[in-house]
Design a binder for this molecule. Structure first.
Ligand code: G6P
Length: 585
């Protein structure tokens, strides 16, 4: 959601913090701020993206070699300069940056107000700054004030606090917090991307731990104050790839990487794929869950496993499970899909399933994530960092893994030839000119529908999600047969409909739907390996073994969504109001 960062070293903190924040902007990006410790605590913050606010306020010119920074994705309080982080305590002697939600902030706030501590913002986070200040005023001891503060906080959080004497202290409770260990310098960050330019040595803190950084170096404690020892980990060099390179946007780079990421999907998790398959074969009930794009991948699994392996699996939207926990039968299997492995809704679904004694398996990209830690078997997507908020390459990697499981589940009735699939994806990516042209036509369109039958329906749903996220066009995925049960009423000459129509068993029914739509005056964009006079625009995809069309047909829609964003002059990497990793419920 938000990103937090801290630096303690002998370099200038502010420029390092600003660079780290730029790399983590995908986590949330409505406002930004930095505070450093010079003679006193200095602070600058404002509404907007990191680069814009920095141009205006020169965040990176703050002096001092200790500092904290934040990019915000508003939850409590609107997007204003005052609500941006860092938040100083009312005396200004402590400043904090926070990611997460403090559930009992109202209670804490009124208690502290009664004691004379003042609040300026509408955020829950400011309660941490004043609670820390109160505890510090009582004890004059940073460690004790941290222990007392975390014992009062309810909710989930990671925060970094900077004290008047230049000490940094940071606590983790159900939100990510990683320590980067550099040469004579330390980093505290929500993501390794915050410090990867400076060091690839990291310590992954556990929930319920806090750190203190001062002249004595780094110390780690549990919430009771007992010292904790951690091994350092070498962060995969892959993370250093998180540059746009020659591409205008991360989203375009990530779409273009798919010929190779599809090959790498699950590559180093062969044993986990075998074991997961074995468990599925012998399980009484199997559930598969995710949010957003990852849920659409779960839907694809349902169709494939049912059709090719006669295995029934129930897809569950993660955020829905807390409202019907009885869905999960005792001793079943829950497969959780998540690129980040940090989506709060997915983690909550896992939590609920665990209560029914379910086995938890996961398909994740970030192997150090909370979800990976919660799972007894983990299949790695292996697609490298995905920075663009709208998931692209992670979706096809998820599908790649689902296909590999299908192959094993049905004892080889389908053959996953990753090289062939990769070639077909490359072919779609070769020429963007037609898609750019269609994107121009869609510039002023307000509604678009995407039709697909059977396994192409989840792709229609994913296409709608991509168009919403990237182009802000209202888009709806429709199972082909449902057209006549309502959506047909909406068809007229202002409407565009994308027909996902590869040459398989769904082909002729879907073509009939296209004709019914055309007869009502709507424009048709056909995605198919076969041409038809019904299409106003035909986006050709190569002919492949029919089971693999979902992996191919999503690519032109990712490109179309990307170019529609460009046409509308919006930022495809950072769609408004969204965040890459939604760590709040
Ligand atoms: C956010 C993003 C979506 C993404 C979803 C799930 O809502 O905006 O694009 O699909 O999170 O993310 P995950 O990391 O759990 O796959």
């Amino acid at each position: 959601m938000c990103s937090i960062i801290g630096y303690y070293g002998n370099g200038l903190a502010a420029p390092i913090l600003v660079r780290g924040l730029k790399r983590m902007e995908y986590r949330g990006y409505d406002s930004v701020g930095v505070a450093t410790k010079d003679k006193a605590i200095l602070l600058k913050k404002g509404v907007g993206k990191v680069a814009d606010v920095n141009n205006l306020l020169h965040l990176d010119s703050l002096p001092g070699s200790v500092g904290i920074g934040h990019t915000r994705w508003a939850t409590h309080g609107s997007v204003t300069d005052v609500n941006a982080h860092p938040h100083p305590s009312s005396s200004g002697q402590i400043a904090i940056v926070h990611n997460g939600i403090i559930d009992n902030y109202e209670e804490l706030k009124s208690e502290l107000q009664q004691k004379g501590y003042q609040f300026k913002s509408q955020t829950d986070s400011e309660a941490i700054a004043n609670l820390l200040q109160f505890n510090y005023d009582q004890t004059q001891d940073i460690k004790k004030s941290m222990i007392q503060t975390v014992s009062r906080l309810k909710g989930h959080y990671a925060f970094v606090a900077m004290f008047q004497d230049g000490t940094l202290s940071a606590a983790r409770y159900h939100e990510p917090l990683i320590v980067g260990v550099g040469k004579r310098s330390y980093f505290l960050s929500s993501d390794v991307l915050g410090f990867i330019e400076k060091t690839d040595v990291a310590i992954y803190l556990d929930n319920g731990e806090f750190v203190m950084l001062n002249k004595g170096g780094l110390e780690i404690y549990d919430f009771e104050g007992r010292p904790v020892k951690h091994q350092t980990t070498k962060v995969s060099k892959e993370f250093a790839d998180a540059y746009k390179g020659d591409y205008a946007h991360f989203t375009l780079k990530e779409i273009s990487e798919q010929p190779s990421t599809i090959i790498r999907a699950g590559e180093s998790s062969g044993d986990a794929i075998n074991s997961v398959t074995d468990f599925i074969k012998h399980a009484k009930s199997v559930y598969i869950t995710g949010s957003g794009t990852s849920y659409n991948a779960a839907l694809v699994a349902k169709y494939l496993w049912q059709k090719y392996a006669k295995v029934k699996v129930e897809p569950i939207i993660s955020s829905e499970l807390s409202f019907s926990p009885e869905t999960v039968e005792p001793n079943s299997i829950l497969i959780a899909i998540s690129q980040s492995g940090e989506s709060a809704d997915v983690l909550e679904a896992v939590n609920i399933a665990r209560k029914s004694n379910a086995k938890i398996f996961s398909i994740v990209n970030i192997l150090t994530s909370s979800l990976a830690q919660e799972s007894s078997l983990v299949i790695g997507m292996n697609c490298g960092p995905e920075i663009g908020v709208a998931a692209t390459k992670s979706f096809t990697s998820q599908l790649g893994i689902i296909y590999k499981i299908t192959e094993k589940l049905c004892d080889g009735c389908i053959k996953v030839d990753s090289a062939k699939i990769s070639e077909a994806v490359s072919e779609v990516l070769l020429d963007h000119s037609k898609i750019k042209h269609i994107a121009k036509e869609l510039r002023d369109i307000t509604d678009i529908y995407i039709l697909g039958r059977a396994v192409h329906y989840p792709i229609a749903a994913e296409s709608a999600l991509k168009l919403k996220e990237l182009s802000y066009i209202h888009a709806e995925g429709i199972p082909g047969g449902e057209l006549k049960h309502g959506p047909l009423a909406l068809m007229d000459s202002n409407v565009y409909v994308i027909i996902i129509n590869p040459g398989d068993h769904t082909y002729s029914d879907t073509l009939t739907s296209a004709r019914e739509i055309k007869a009502r005056g709507a424009k048709i964009i056909g995605i198919s390996n076969k041409p038809s006079d019904v299409y106003d625009h035909w986006i050709e995809i190569p002919t492949v073994d029919e089971v693999f069309y979902p992996l191919i047909e999503i690519i032109p829609i990712q490109l179309l969504s990307y170019y529609s964003a460009i046409e509308k002059n919006t930022d495809p990497d950072y769609p408004r109001n969204l965040a890459k990793s939604v760590t709040v419920k």
